[in-house]
Design a protein around this ligand. Structure first.
Ligand SMILES: *Cc1c(COP(=O)(O)O)cnc(C)c1O
Length: 396
């Protein structure tokens, strides 16, 4: 007989979703009201301005798309890419590959710029491609590649885009709230994110922000956007200012409560403080891993603090450790994707889950689950090394 679902207790330290703050869960459980209720309309206005804060932008079109990160990706690509448009897509992991496929489905002429997984996008290679394809309409790239743990130089890519007169489509699903992201200062054009990574909200919404330049390109389209649901022109008539709001779809009302609360949590902490917290917890975790004999996949210059790609020692069985982490310790970590399957774990320290307690817990659980490995030292060494990082930071 089916009964109410009681989820097991977990600590979410994978590539997302991350642990959701109890404040956000409480907000989500509040009574549903109508999506055209004046109180809800006011809430929508606040969500837009809180998103402008998180994205560091004044873009008017800054809203959550009703759908997961992938919906924001599809919205940005569907609105900017018309049949026959030339698009450069930077691919250094799973999500860049997904953007390329989508742009092709929209009829774009896609040129892939491939970098090895675990490395950032190569700017010299990108510039060569821009010279070779002077009619490029947009460069699509992933700021924080969650499949590998590599950070790309979003500012550098945007500045190349401006020099060559093209637009940028930026995936910031894992970067928003976790590492510096400056939409206006860097002049990014079509930017989408997700709620379940460093914002520590429930999955299912995709914040997007669109520059004036990108809006002009959308207005100049000669073909209608293939997706009715994701057409920014129509979405704006629903999320736009004032009394003129027209029905487009029913916003996921309670999910918007949750996002509002998650953004309040972020603003109360302060963006810069949130970035610094992610960095510090990453440094402590990294020091702990190193003391235990474990290495990271990505070079120090390009590491994401919120997503640690840890190399699995040769004598350790990936699936056994992940299962023990989950069932014995209640800690979810992620496996590798594609060629990295069985070679790395993806350990997230995202949003609400990025805290010292999780760093210590994860280090000791990992050591326990890998006791049989010749390559892994005891938890004591890892915990002491992590502790030393926190102590040094508190004295600084
Ligand atoms: C998680 C993620 C996505 C997809 O988000 P969903 O909410 O799963 O659709 C896209 N890009 C990156 C970089 C991600 O980490």
């Amino acid at each position: 007989m089916e009964r109410s679902f009681e989820p097991p207790q977990r600590i979410l330290m994978g590539p997302g979703p991350s642990d959701v703050s109890p404040r956000v869960l409480a907000a989500m459980a509040r009574p549903t009201i109508g999506h055209l209720d004046p109180a809800f309309v006011e809430l929508m206005t606040e969500v837009k301005s809180l998103l402008q804060y998180a994205f560091r932008t004044k873009n008017q079109l800054t809203i959550p798309i009703s759908g997961p990160g992938t919906a924001g990706m599809e919205a940005c690509i569907a609105n900017l890419v018309e049949p026959g448009d030339s698009v450069l897509v930077c691919v250094n992991g799973v999500f860049g590959g997904r953007m390329a496929t989508m742009a092709e489905r929209m009829g774009g002429v896609v040129h892939r710029i491939e970098s090895p997984w675990g490395e950032p996008i190569d700017l010299a290679q990108l510039e060569d491609a821009l010279k070779k394809h002077p009619k490029t309409k947009a460069i699509a790239f992933v700021h924080a590649e969650t499949s590998t743990g590599a950070r790309s130089d979003a500012r550098g890519i945007a500045s190349l885009a401006h020099r060559y007169g093209t637009l940028t489509i930026a995936d910031t699903v894992t970067s928003l709230g976790g590492i510096p992201l400056e939409v206006d200062e860097w002049s990014l054009d079509a930017v989408y994110s997700g709620t379940q990574k460093c914002l520590s909200c429930t999955p299912g919404l995709s914040p997007v922000t669109i520059s004036e330049r990108a809006l002009s390109a959308i207005r100049a389209r000669t073909h209608p956007v293939v997706s009715w649901f994701l057409d920014f022109g129509l979405v704006m008539s629903y999320w736009g200012e004032g009394q003129k709001r027209t029905y487009h779809h029913t916003a996921p009302v309670n999910a918007i409560y949750a996002l509002h609360e998650a953004l309040l949590v972020l603003r109360e902490e302060g963006l810069e403080k949130a970035w610094a917290r992610h960095q510090l917890n990453h440094e402590a975790f990294r020091a702990g891993l190193a003391a235990m004999g474990l290495e990271l996949l990505v070079h120090a210059d390009h590491r994401l603090p919120q997503l640690n790609a840890v190399r699995i020692p040769a004598d350790v069985e990936d699936a056994i450790v992940r299962r023990a982490m989950l069932y014995d310790f209640g800690i979810e970590i992620g496996g590798g994707l594609g060629d990295l399957t069985g070679k790395i774990w993806r350990i997230g320290l995202m949003g609400f889950a990025s805290n010292p307690r999780n760093v210590y817990r994860c280090l000791s659980a990992l050591a326990a689950c890998m006791r049989s490995s010749k390559h892994v030292s005891t938890a004591d060494e890892g915990l002491a090394a992590a502790k030393a990082v926190y102590v040094a930071a508190s004295r600084a």
